[in-house]
Structure formats: structure tokens, C-alpha cells
Design a protein. Structure first.
Length: 236
């Protein structure tokens, strides 16, 4: 039986913890423990982490002083910082990790080469994909979806601050309803903000299931790969 392979996308913003900025090592350690459960169960794991705890391209460029393209490159650099931090936390727990960046920065990490990434995964190493797609105007969700497809992942897990997809914003509406399963077309609807349209379209075209779950629920990732979708939403 071939091994299960997943790509887990973590929110960068959530890494900041209480302080609201930078990298909280206790959160890094928590995430590393969650990933370790997958590795210990024989799952091949690719990881993408956002950069929102440090800088977001769109926000950096909001008053026009910083161009959007530069803002996005700043955001890509932020994801490299997070990737290096996560590499340390995973290695701290004894896992083998390689960071691959979409933008060449050879003193810091490897450059993204899909065939090499797949070999690393086959050897039981976690591969963290950094620097987004290497292009401005693409989100880290899109980068994660792209990498998931490239490495032939069985699913992408969007591990975030909410526990699934709602029919309307649960922070604004008390009667917001969690959807346990929805189609790609439903996920593209205006009121559903699960991922940006580019990532959903890419996932749809390649039949890649998207699972949305709460990254802070202990054991969530493992239960998902074991087929329990009760505490998340699935788009397929
Ligand atoms: P194998 O081919 O399976 O032996 O993979 P490997 O990753 O162990 O071998 P390699 O010799 O490619 O890498 C050894 C170490 O150097 C690993 O920790 C890599 O992450 C790191 N490494 C490889 N290429 C680069 C690079 O271009 N830049 C940086 N900074 N590190 C690299």
C-alpha cells in the first residue's frame, strides 16, 4: 500500500500567539508535536506556513508607499523566516526536515525542486515549502495548493484558527452554520471564505480535497488522516 501524503498549510498569523507578532516558540512546539503524530503514523508530510505574523503584502502596500509587488516579496521572505523556525522546532523533536524555497537563497535553504522534494518525502523527511510560489499576487494558500498538487498529495489540510467552513462569518453572525462537506463550486461562493478563488480553482481542476480544521485542537491532524472528518470541513 502506498503511503499517505499530505500537505498541511498553517496560518502564519497564528504563530504569533499572545504577543500578536513574531514567532511564539510554544506554538511552534505544539505544531511540531501535531506533525510528529503524522510522521509517527507513516504519513509523508509537506508543510506550507503563511507569513501573516510578520508582514502581509496587501497590508504593507495599503497606502501606496510600498508597491504591491514589493509588499508581496516582503511577505514571501516572512514565510522563509517561519519555515526556518518550524524546521528548528521539528528537528528539536527529532524529525528530519528540509526547507525548500521558491526563491533561491542557497545560504539559508534548498531551492524548490519538485523531484527532490518528493525524494525527501519518500525518505521520511518533512519538506517545508517556503517563499510562496515565488511570485507576487499569489497567496500562500495558492502556493500550498500548488505544492500539494505537484507532490501528488492526497489532500491539503488548511490548519487555521477556525474549525471549519461556515455559511457566513461566525464572528459576525450567531446563526452561522458549519458545513461539514461542500463542493468546490460551493466553496467559490462569495459568502464562503475558505481559501482564495485561485487555490480553489486549482484544487478543483486537480481533484485535490481541501480539509479545513482548527490547528490548535490537539490530535486534529491525525484524526483527519485517519478518516475522521467530524471536527473539520471538507471541500471536494
Ligand atoms: P540525499 O540526496 O537523500 O542525501 O538528501 P540530503 O538532503 O540529505 O542531501 P544533500 O547533500 O542534498 O543535503 C545535505 C544537507 O544540506 C541537508 O540538510 C540539506 O537541507 C542541505 N542543503 C542541500 N542543498 C542546500 C542548499 O542549496 N542550500 C542550503 N542552505 N542547504 C542545502
Amino acid at each position: 500500500m502506498s503511503k499517505q501524503r499530505v500537505l498541511v498549510k498553517f496560518s502564519g498569523e497564528a504563530l504569533a500567539g499572545e504577543s500578536g507578532y513574531g514567532v511564539d516558540t510554544s506554538i511552534l512546539k505544539f505544531i511540531a508535536e501535531e506533525i510528529k503524530q503524522l510522521v509517527d503514523n507513516g504519513v509523508e508530510v509537506g508543510v506550507v506556513i503563511g507569513g501573516g505574523n510578520i508582514i502581509r503584502g496587501v497590508t504593507a502596500a495599503k497606502d501606496g508607499i510600498i508597491k504591491r509587488t514589493s509588499g508581496d516579496y516582503m511577505g514571501m521572505l516572512a514565510t522563509v523566516i517561519n519555515a526556518v523556525a518550524m524546521q528548528e522546532a521539528l528537528e528539536y523533536l527529532g524529525m528530519k526536515v528540509r526547507v525548500q524555497s521558491a526563491i533561491k537563497m542557497e545560504q539559508i535553504c534548498e531551492t524548490f525542486i519538485v523531484r527532490k522534494a518528493v525524494r525527501h518525502l519518500e525518505k521520511g523527511r518533512i519538506v517545508i515549502f517556503a517563499a510562496g510560489t515565488g511570485n507576487p499576487f499569489f497567496t500562500t494558500d495558492t502556493a500550498a495548493t500548488l505544492r500539494a498538487i505537484e507532490i501528488g498529495a492526497d489532500m491539503i489540510i488548511k490548519a487555521t484558527k477556525v474549525d471549519g467552513v461556515y455559511d457566513k462569518d461566525p464572528n459576525k453572525y450567531n446563526d452561522a452554520r458549519k458545513l461539514s462537506q461542500l463542493s468546490y463550486d460551493e466553496a467559490l461562493a462569495d459568502n464562503i471564505k475558505v481559501m482564495d478563488d485561485t487555490s480553489i480553482a486549482l484544487a478543483k481542476e486537480n481533484n485535490l480535497p481541501i480539509v479545513v480544521c482548527d490547528m490548535f485542537k490537539k490530535g486534529n491532524l491525525l484524526s483527519i488522516i485517519q478518516g475522521d472528518y467530524n471536527r473539520c470541513s471538507i471541500v471536494k
